[in-house]
Design a protein around this ligand. Structure first.
Ligand code: ZN
Length: 454
């Protein structure tokens, strides 16, 4: 029963020290039927992948393969055993020792250029860090990282860092399927008194109310009994526009806070009305916040009696991408797994998923990559060139759930490059957080046009 984690780590250390190893050519050349099937499964209608007439003369000058498909071409497939890469050696050593569960956790891809139909890519792979054993929610396991490079001929076309958790499944009977926790009263209740009641009543009514001095008319926040400028005790309030920008923020990681999932951001929001208000910034992973980010108020119902004014990126202009809700039907989970040539049973076989402690089959990471790419290029348009996609997976996205993708611009280069932050939420919480870098030929100045509904 013991694996010897020393043996695994010694093997990993030996393999990691070795030079990168050729992983062989793709079984078949990049081809239009496989691209079309992938696009159909993902719901990606970007014409540069499938429509030669549109693509010719565009920035791509002919159909190209979706960049997030790069891994698809060299997947082992149904008829070939995985094997041959240094990562495979570690994976099979662990599997033989009872670490039969596997979930991908991270994938970062950088694209030098898009592949075209007819090309026959090949890979080289190098093992990265292997860490463990670690006790995770799924069971104890090892995190395994590897680095793959794709070439077409001698030319490098893409690079990837991939990480997965290989674990010994905990007894499914012992851990009931995760479910949303029962809603009780929100534990962090503000102290509501005569001076602040108007503010909380405003939040319930969907208004951000700022106290105004009845003597000199100055606004103040937080509310108080007396004006610091003219010492008048008279006051009323104004309703703020609900817009602002992040003046500063902190990210709380530890210790745990009742009612909050860490990490979370506490920000000071500068309002155009002249005062600053604190709140949490929702809808954006804390590591993608920046000072100066435009935000707008959103009202979070904490429980039956309490509404909290919180903040999220503004919805206007080109700073926020239109949301995309993807229904994860069983058919969709299966067809995307097949279209990405990922035949791992947990993505198409419910019994296999249950044996690993999951309530149902779940989306594979190649599909999450594909959906993130679709979401971002739907917004940016067919002229955009995807330079990199990096995702981190959180809660699994099970069949029957809906994945809702939200995104916002985190950076714009003068050369037309744009960085997008992405977050995909499903019933169990954050399924994916990620970052995408795009080039927009012709510069970034036409972004507002591009983001108009098409
Ligand atoms: Zn005053």
């Amino acid at each position: 029963m013991t694996v010897g984690h020393v043996d695994v780590l010694a093997l990993a250390q030996r393999l990691a020290a070795a030079p990168e190893r050729p992983g062989g050519e793709a079984a078949e050349a990049v081809s239009m039927p496989v691209i079309r099937q992938w696009c159909a499964a993902m719901g990606d209608r970007n014409p540069c992948y499938t429509d030669a007439a549109t693509a010719v003369g565009s920035v791509h000058d002919g159909p190209v393969a979706p960049p997030a498909m790069v891994q698809v071409w060299t997947m082992p497939g149904l008829d070939r055993r995985a094997g041959g890469t240094p990562a495979d050696e570690v994976l099979s050593a662990l599997r033989a020792s009872g670490y039969t569960g596997v979930v991908a956790t991270n994938c970062e891809q950088d694209y030098d250029r898009y592949l075209r139909p007819g090309e026959l890519p090949r890979t080289t792979t190098r093992l990265g860090a292997v860490t463990g054993p670690k006790l995770t929610a799924l069971g104890d396991g090892y995190f395994i990282t590897w680095h793959t490079t794709w070439y077409s001929g001698e030319q490098r076309v893409a690079r990837m860092t991939f990480r997965l958790l290989q674990f010994r499944p905990a007894d499914p009977a012992a851990s009931p399927p995760e479910s949303a926790s029962a809603q009780g009263p929100y534990p962090l209740r503000p102290a509501i008194n005569a001076d602040t009641a108007f503010f909380w009543a405003g939040a319930k009514a969907g208004e951000l109310r700022i106290q105004r001095c009845g003597g000199c008319g100055k606004l103040r926040h937080p509310p108080g009994p007396m004006c610091a400028h003219c010492h008048s005790a008279a006051h009323d309030y104004v309703v703020a526009s609900g817009r602002g920008e992040i003046f500063t923020y902190v990210v709380h990681h530890h210790p745990p806070v009742p009612g909050k999932k860490t990490p979370f951001a506490v920000a000071v929001i500068q309002l155009p009305e002249g005062v600053r208000v604190t709140g949490n910034v929702l809808a954006v992973p804390p590591d993608q916040l920046r000072i100066g980010m435009p935000v707008e108020v959103t009202y979070e119902r904490a429980d039956d009696d309490l509404v909290l004014p919180q903040w999220k990126p503004t919805r206007d202009g080109a700073d926020v991408l239109p949301e995309l809700a993807v229904p994860l039907t069983t058919t969709m989970v299966v067809t995307t797994a097949i279209a990405t040539r990922d035949f791992t049973p947990v993505h198409h076989d419910r019994a296999a998923a249950r044996a690993q402690g999951a309530p149902d089959i779940f989306l594979n990471i190649l599909t999450t990559m594909g959906l993130v790419q679709r979401f971002v290029t739907d917004w940016a348009g067919p002229g955009a060139i995807v330079r990199s996609i990096a995702v981190r997976l959180g809660a699994p996205a099970y069949a029957g759930d809906t994945l809702t993708l939200a995104g916002w611009v985190t950076d714009r280069g003068a050369d037309g490059s744009v960085a997008i932050g992405v977050r995909g939420v499903c019933g169990l919480g954050d399924h994916v957080t990620g970052a995408v870098r795009l080039d927009l030929p012709g510069g970034g100045g036409r972004l507002a046009e591009r983001s108009a509904p098409r």
